[in-house]
Design a protein around this ligand. Structure first.
Ligand code: ZN
Length: 58
């Protein structure tokens, strides 16, 4: 696949998509107060990717 549509942070786009796609079909992620290990891990990966992207481009 060649999905190179540049977003604000293309480096984190995959992580973000994975996170929202998981949340879209995960009941725990959509329940306020509930903790989802998978969703939390995906969001952590997204945050790490955005941080890396920011550090790479000053
Ligand atoms: Zn979840």
């Amino acid at each position: 696949m060649d999905g190179r549509q540049s977003a604000a942070l293309p480096a984190a786009e995959e992580e973000w998509r994975a996170a929202i796609e998981h949340a879209a079909c995960c009941l725990a992620c959509r329940t306020p107060g509930a903790v989802c290990e998978t969703g939390g891990g995906l969001l952590a990966a997204y945050n790490a990717a955005t941080r890396q992207a920011r550090e790479a481009t000053p």
